[in-house]
Design a protein around this ligand. Structure first.
Ligand SMILES: Cc1cc2nc3c(=O)[nH]c(=O)nc-3n(C[C@H](O)[C@H](O)[C@H](O)COP(=O)(O)OP(=O)(O)OC[C@H]3O[C@@H](n4cnc5c(N)ncnc54)[C@H](O)[C@@H]3O)c2cc1C
Length: 374
């Protein structure tokens, strides 16, 4: 693979004139892809429109991570991703980013045997102590409200912006060029390869990986994935958790979609599906939904009835059908422009899947040579 050139482009200062791969978007997905590509010797340029990383869904995310997911395609990514988040050796900081507060997944009693099977698989792969709790009112500080629970004591949450920053540090150390405050305006074909038109100049690329998150629903020309992607609202609130409220694990209830995670020692993040489609990324918080979220979660955290509400954050993520047919086992989707690929599969779970998704995309890029130098 070639090294990223450093020839100045028309108005771009030190924006490279060419690269094997241009990654558009420095959220957690783009950062993972860039890190894994650069580690394999691919010349990478990352273009991010915001002056800082984590400006999109990544910066507002709760960052809950666990190995289990009812969607087997996601679980297949989530399990090795949890292993990566637990492994201090993979991080520039020298510290594993995982806060292992535990993870509780609640479901209808009919899921008990599926949970037991999943616990066995998780423990076999990760040497953990995942187990099923049935016939009990509570698990790891969470009232189960009649269901069964899969408890993963070694799972928990990560800070998505910190993970993103760490991967970008590693990518830079491996030769990648990361540019913030540069917006991709369009990607077009020139001589069979992509030309990335930005507001700071043009980059000739062997391939382009668009990791633009919710912006994939309404992307710039040349980055539109073949399958439809829609943005959907995600809203979370932070509430105060004072004694005697107990500490608790992260929590997802598959029956309702309700979720929660501890934030430090005295706060909790709570959320409930907010089924508002095609919402702008910066839509205002919905107070009625915030109130309904507290009410619904009181069944699991009775102390919420008197907890002080501190803040509400609203954002969106990109939702679409599972990938199929594209490279990297369907994680990439064609865009109609040769060698320009859109990353698939955020659907509200991009943090729990990012380590393995980025690794697979980079592996496929190198093995299949679909991102060779321009
Ligand atoms: C409130 C909330 C809570 C969440 N909680 C969880 C959770 O607990 N666990 C979990 O696994 N997932 C969670 N998610 C989902 C997860 O955060 C997302 O799936 C993930 O962050 C998506 O990352 P991304 O890199 O694909 O997108 P983004 O983080 O949105 O990054 C895309 C980047 O592309 C840039 N960009 C877009 N267009 C251009 C352009 N034309 N030129 C240059 N740059 C461009 C944007 O500025 C942005 O920085 C949550 C999401 C939200 C919003």
């Amino acid at each position: 693979m070639s090294q990223a050139g450093t020839t100045a482009s028309s108005s771009g200062g030190d924006l490279p004139a060419r690269a094997d791969v241009v990654v558009v978007g420095a959220g957690i997905t783009g950062a993972s892809v860039a890190h894994h590509l650069a580690r394999r010797g691919v010349s990478v340029v990352v273009i991010e429109q915001s002056p800082r990383s984590g400006a999109g869904a990544t910066g507002r995310s709760g960052g809950m991570v666990r190995a289990f997911d009812p969607d087997t395609a996601i679980a297949e990514l989530a399990l090795p991703s949890l292993a990566a988040y637990r492994d201090a050796g993979r991080w520039a900081s020298g510290q594993a980013p995982l806060h292992a507060v535990g993870a509780v997944t609640a479901a209808d009693r009919a899921q008990e045997s599926a949970f037991r099977e999943a616990a066995g698989q998780i423990n076999g792969a990760l040497r953990t102590s995942a187990h099923v709790v049935a016939e009990r009112e509570e698990a790891a500080g969470v009232r189960l409200a009649g269901g069964v629970a899969l408890v993963e004591p070694e799972a928990g949450w990560v800070a998505p912006a910190e993970v993103t920053a760490d991967w970008l540090v590693q990518a830079r150390a491996d030769g990648a060029v990361v540019r913030h405050g540069v917006r991709v305006l369009e990607v077009e074909e020139r001589g069979g390869r992509p030309a990335v038109l930005t507001d700071a100049g043009v980059i000739s690329a062997g391939a382009v990986v668009a990791a633009v998150g919710p912006w994939a629903a309404d992307p710039v020309r040349g980055l539109r994935p073949a399958s439809p992607v829609r943005s959907r609202s995600i809203q979370v609130s932070i509430v105060e958790r004072r004694p005697p409220a107990p500490p608790h694990a992260t929590f997802v209830d598959l029956r309702t979609g309700l979720y929660a995670k501890p934030v430090g020692t005295d706060r909790t993040l709570i959320g409930m599906p907010h089924l508002v489609w095609d919402a702008p990324f910066d839509a205002q918080p919905d107070p009625a939904h915030a109130q309904a979220t507290v009410s619904a979660l009181t069944a699991h955290f009775p102390w919420l009835t008197t907890a002080a509400h501190l803040s509400t954050v609203r954002a969106t993520d990109a939702y679409g059908p599972p990938g199929g047919g594209g490279p990297a086992a369907g994680l990439l989707e064609g865009t109609g422009v040769p060698h320009v690929w859109s990353v698939r599969g955020w659907n509200g779970g991009g943090v729990k899947t990012a380590p393995e998704a980025g690794r697979r995309i980079a592996e496929a890029c190198v093995a299949d040579a679909f991102c060779e130098a321009a």
